[in-house]
Write a protein that binds this ligand. Structure first.
Ligand SMILES: Cc1cc2nc3c(=O)[nH]c(=O)nc-3n(C[C@H](O)[C@H](O)[C@H](O)COP(=O)(O)OP(=O)(O)OC[C@H]3O[C@@H](n4cnc5c(N)ncnc54)[C@H](O)[C@@H]3O)c2cc1C
Length: 253
């Protein structure tokens, strides 16, 4: 558990950014991950007063605020209407309902965790992240960067007709995934975008057709940890990718 000398709930994102410039400051999302560490924090910056808990459609994009809870993602009528069951499938296995009420979308994206269901799912869509200082940048670029002292305000998902499905394999229903795989297809496209996470490294995305799938997967690195071995993960990647491709083909037929 962490301890903080000072708790602040800023009224503006700019104020939060200024406070966070100090190395001893830490942003508070839902606190579910943060509480696992033994950290002494100078200023704990709570983002809950910034109105970042909204999911809204704007100018051909859906903007998902950083303080939206995982449970909101799972149950949002707007996300369901626009992306089918994708967001519910990405979140529904994460620990339990009470946990998902607390853990935030922003904390999940910011963490760029190797096991992340959220990052894996988002990388199959066309997304940009909105950062307090750096502004809007592609999610792929953000995922490749190391954490710095910026603040994630929101993620924008483009409504460009891309359809996506999401699958994982877990040793137990609410454990971390052994492998996660999202597959998407743009309108009128013949190639599929695969996003493979929990390898157990950070998700990677690649373009494939059914004919190039196995060769493309051979070039992806998979690792071994206490949940599974690399060879099993490589096998699962093929199974989940084929499953996703078949589902999307079925939707197009
Ligand atoms: C036991 C356990 C099991 C989990 N299982 C899974 C799983 O199966 N799949 C999965 O995808 N995830 C899983 N997670 C991760 C979880 O879903 C959240 O991603 C995680 O808890 C972080 O979200 P939070 O709101 O709790 O962030 P916090 O704990 O508040 O913050 C996490 C980190 O991000 C920083 N931060 C938070 N918000 C922002 C922001 N807006 N801008 C900049 N920095 C920010 C914080 O300073 C901190 O360093 C699990 C977590 C736990 C603790």
């Amino acid at each position: 558990m962490f301890t903080a000398e000072r708790y602040v709930r800023p009224a503006t994102l700019q104020e939060a950014l200024e406070l966070n410039r100090k190395r001893s400051s830490t942003i508070l999302g839902g606190g579910c991950w943060l509480r696992l560490g033994r950290k002494r924090i100078g200023t704990l910056i709570d983002l809950s007063g910034l109105g970042l808990d909204q999911i809204e459609e704007r100018d051909g994009w859906v903007r998902i605020g950083a303080m939206v809870s995982l449970r909101q993602l799972e149950t949002s009528a707007l996300l369901k209407e626009r992306f089918g069951s994708l967001f519910a499938d990405m979140t529904g296995h994460i620990v339990g309902v009470q946990f998902r009420e607390c853990a935030t979308f922003g904390g999940s994206v910011w963490g760029r965790f190797g096991f992340s269901d959220i990052l894996t799912g988002l990388l199959a869509l066309d997304c940009e992240v909105e950062l307090a200082e750096a502004g809007r940048i592609p999610l792929r670029d953000f995922a490749a960067r190391k954490a710095d002292r910026d603040i994630l305000a929101a993620v924008w998902v483009q409504l460009d007709g891309r359809k996506a499905v999401y699958h994982t394999v877990r040793n137990a229903g609410t454990d971390f995934p052994v492998l996660a795989c999202a597959v998407s297809c743009g309108e009128g496209e013949t190639a599929y975008r695969l996003s493979i996470g929990a390898r157990p490294m950070k998700a990677v995305s690649l373009e494939v057709t059914p004919d190039t799938l196995e060769t493309a997967l051979d070039a992806v690195s998979f690792g071994t940890n206490l949940r599974a071995g690399a060879a099993y993960r490589r096998h699962l990647a093929s199974v989940l990718a084929n499953r996703g491709i078949r589902e999307l083909e079925g939707e197009q037929a």
